[in-house]
Design a protein. Sequence first.
Length: 57
Amino acid sequence: MSERAAPYYCPYCGDEDLRPSEAGHGAWECGACNRAFKLSFLGLLARGVRKGADDHD
């Protein structure tokens, strides 16, 4: 199992002053705007990845 992924920027203010929260797995706190948020993986899309019209090999 790999280490958890960390966000680089706060989704609310865009600042980089983030630290893991004691609220649980995937929870983060922003020191700049004083907000807490949680990240989670929802799953894979059933349709898969679709290539755009310009992505021809």
